[in-house]
Design a protein around this ligand. Structure first.
Ligand code: AMP
Ligand code: ZN
Length: 112
């Protein structure tokens, strides 16, 4: 059994406020936003994190970034924003399912 929180969100076993979905990717609002806009963009395929991306995942990884940028446009973040992915314990990754944070809507401080 896969006990991953984000896989449960993908499978609608845990509710989320989705803002985007396609065959490979979903995006939803972070439950604990660090800025006015804080969205998580994740692959439907379970990948632990950016550290274990394989060559075969290159197109998917690119699409995750592109999707984050398109969502930023939808949320009118034309003054700028941040896309972040945390990796492992020292990187502050608390959910071990690859995700890109899209953060914006105000001038961000240096550290996230
Ligand atoms: P990270 O610390 O980089 O692994 O990011 C995990 C993010 O998931 C955090 O910003 C959490 O606030 C967010 N999060 C945890 N549980 C949920 C949930 N049920 N729905 C939406 N976001 C969540
Ligand atoms: Zn997962």
């Amino acid at each position: 059994m896969n006990n991953c929180l984000f896989c449960k969100i993908i499978n609608n076993e845990i509710p989320s406020e989705k803002v985007y979905s396609d065959e490979e990717i979903i995006a939803f609002k972070d439950i604990n936003p660090q800025a006015p806009v804080h969205i998580l963009v994740i692959p439907k395929k379970h990948i632990d994190g950016a550290d274990v991306l394989e060559k075969e995942d290159a197109a998917l990884a690119g699409r995750l970034l592109l999707t984050a940028a398109r969502i930023a446009e939808q949320f009118h973040l034309s003054n700028g924003y941040r896309i972040v992915t945390n990796i492992g314990e020292h990187g502050g990754q608390t959910v071990r399912h690859l995700h890109f944070h899209l953060i914006g809507g105000e001038k961000l401080i240096d550290s996230f």
